[in-house]
Write a protein that binds this ligand. Structure first.
Ligand code: HEM
Length: 497
């Protein structure tokens, strides 16, 4: 549309592109961080680009993130940016297929299912899944002490099994090697950048996605029905917690809503946690010194006189400084979500400090653009972090000067502790792997519990080695930032052989 701007206001600078509709799609899609850093050098923190007929305005840095993540609902809307991708996968009536106020209440219902009591019950279940997986599926044993694996594939299997055993519930875990796996695969095949760019294409993968959505939703409905009839004994999982949730206006969540929320949680946690655990373990395979230090941390906290370990507990997991730093640093360098989008629904003035200096003018991000936040840019900004491109878990162990450079400081006092280690305070933090503001992740504590327990299990039992000539590069062509060719080997520790 023709944008009418107030006097002395102008549109953000546009990234130069040759092909009109296609725009900078290839440049951005191949390596978004290269694109962001190069454009920042040319245009400043705020600039627009064209991608497949859409105009996106990128707002970088902690202040830029704040424009979208801290934006008012009268200015920016997540549902308008995501619903075409997520509704065919999650199903109707939840997350981005309902008004924002309903999503906020759904997130509260989810939070009530992730109580300390629920989280406390998870480490033993996750550990028993790990035992089964490494001895049975990977067949690691005294007579077969080394196994080489595709780490991403391995971690994806372990993440789905452990999420199923804990948050998703017993019935999902029992079905995971059967029909559930096929539904999941087909749904996941409909959750790609292609689906994001083109919501409806006459392709088989789109038809498979729609069929799988219905089948998966019916599968959860059946679990709920059987539980109501008292035909299944189950633990205190997310389904049982969501049952009985009632919106502020007195309307209860329907069984169908619960089914769709369960699908959303499955999809939200699966790739993010598979990617994070893979990146963390790749770094550990690359840094035997940190692997050994993590092992010693396990010995210190859980080691028994006979050389075995006492079981992991939720409380103990929370009190492992190096483990916490390893996960935190991995998320700094490999935030699974590189771009967070919102649709602009009323013009957003850009504070002069963010606009590139131009005489008498400042920018407005106009209605109709998408605004893009890329927290990963500030998380790897050399102006904020020392050795920003080097994986350095130790930086989080220092009392202050977490990211000290000559120009800027980011200390632990700028973080807030929610009982699971400090996390970024708000929408203007330079560290936001879980997002910020009203759409911030509700799965963070679950993710930390799952990741710490799995990594601890691995560190206790195995050493690791990279089985590729150099540290894996990054694949940005998927929805989530993934490692390319992530081959490693696991070897049983000496005392276990
Ligand atoms: C939102 C990251 C794990 C459920 C988000 C957002 C980010 C994120 C960046 C904000 C998206 C936006 O603003 O548009 C991560 C990372 C994870 C992780 C890095 C693991 C390492 C999980 C898990 C669950 C989950 C395990 C479920 C148990 C959600 C939900 C939202 C969310 C429900 C809210 C969406 C909204 O309000 O729009 N996550 N997530 N996430 N995440 Fe996670």
């Amino acid at each position: 549309r023709q944008v009418a701007l107030p006097r002395n206001k102008s549109l953000p600078p546009m990234v130069f592109h040759y092909i009109p509709w296609f725009g900078s799609a290839a440049y951005y899609g191949e390596d978004p961080y290269k694109f962001f850093f190069e454009c920042r050098d040319k245009y400043g923190d705020v600039f627009s680009f064209v991608m497949m007929g859409r105009t996106l305005t990128v707002a970088l840095g902690p202040k830029g993130n704040n424009l979208s993540l801290g934006g008012k609902t009268s200015q920016v809307r997540a549902e308008d940016a995501y619903t075409h991708l997520t509704t065919p996968v999650f199903g109707k009536g939840v997350v981005y297929d309902c008004p924002n106020d309903m999503l906020m209440q759904q997130k509260k219902f989810i939070k009530s299912g992730l109580t300390t009591e629920a989280l406390q019950s998870y480490p033993p279940l996750i550990t028993s899944e790990c035992e089964e997986f490494f001895s049975h599926d990977l067949k690691l044993s005294k007579s077969n002490p080394t196994v080489k694996v595709d780490l991403l594939k391995t971690m994806s299997e372990l993440i789905i099994c452990t999420a199923a055993r804990t948050l998703q519930g017993k019935e999902v875990r029992q079905a995971i090697n059967g029909k559930f796996a096929q539904y999941y695969e087909d749904l996941d095949g409909g959750f790609t950048p292609l689906n994001f760019l083109f919501p409806n294409l006459p392709l088989p993968s789109y038809r498979r996605r729609d069929k799988a959505q219905k089948a998966m939703s019916d599968f959860y409905m059946k679990i709920i029905e059987e539980r109501k009839k008292g035909e299944s004994d189950h633990e205190h999982d997310m389904i049982s917690s969501l049952q009985g949730s009632v919106y502020k206006d007195g309307v209860p969540l329907t069984d169908r809503d619960i089914s769709h929320i369960m699908i959303a949680l499955l999809m939200a946690g699966q790739h993010t946690s598979s990617a994070t655990s893979s990146w963390a373990l790749l770094h550990l395979a690359d840094r035997p010194d940190i692997l050994e230090a993590l092992y010693q941390e396990q010995v210190k906290h859980f080691g028994k006189a006979d050389g075995t370990f006492s079981p992991m507990t939720y409380e103990a997991v929370k009190d492992l400084p190096l483990m916490d730093s390893v996960i935190r640093e991995t998320l700094r360098m490999h935030a699974p979500i590189h771009s967070i989008y919102r649709k602009v629904i009323s013009d957003i003035p850009v504070p002069p400090s963010l606009a590139a200096p131009a005489e008498n003018s400042s920018y407005v991000i106009p209605t109709g653009h998408f605004i893009l936040a890329a927290p990963g840019v500030s998380q790897m900004d050399p102006l904020i972090w020392q050795n920003s491109k080097t994986w350095t878990p130790e930086r989080w162990l220092e009392e202050k000067g977490v990211g000290q450079t000559a120009v800027n400081t980011y200390t632990k006092s700028e973080q807030v502790d929610y009982g699971f280690g400090a996390v970024s305070k708000g929408t203007e933090s330079p560290y936001q792997p879980f997002g910020a503001g009203r759409h911030r992740c509700v799965g963070e504590q679950f993710a930390y519990t799952q990741l710490s327990t799995i990594i601890a299990y691995i560190v206790r039992h195995f050493t690791m080695k990279l089985e590729v000539p150099s540290f894996p590069e990054t694949n940005y062509r998927t929805m989530i930032v993934l490692p390319k060719n992530p081959y490693v080997s696991f070897t049983l520790r000496k005392q276990e052989v």
